[in-house]
Write a protein that binds this ligand. Structure first.
Ligand SMILES: [Cu+2]
Length: 64
């Protein structure tokens, strides 16, 4: 299932790397795509949307 999330706190590719690593750390098989300009995270995952939101929040970012 692909989950699309708006993460307004993404400012640069460093933020995208942090979020990608955090998600992959949580679920190594997840496929993460991040559009830095649009501040959108797309995750292909078996995990729930809530758990992905929590992972992003614990990486220090705010999910809209
Ligand atoms: Cu950044």
């Amino acid at each position: 299932m692909a989950i699309q999330l708006k993460v307004p706190s993404i400012a640069c590719s460093g933020c995208a790397d942090t979020i990608t690593k955090a998600i992959k750390n949580h679920e190594s098989t997840a496929n993460v795509q991040i559009d830095v300009e649009q501040k959108i995270v797309i995750v292909e995952t078996k995990a729930s949307e809530d758990s992905i939101k929590q992972v992003i929040a614990s990486a220090g970012h705010t999910v809209e």
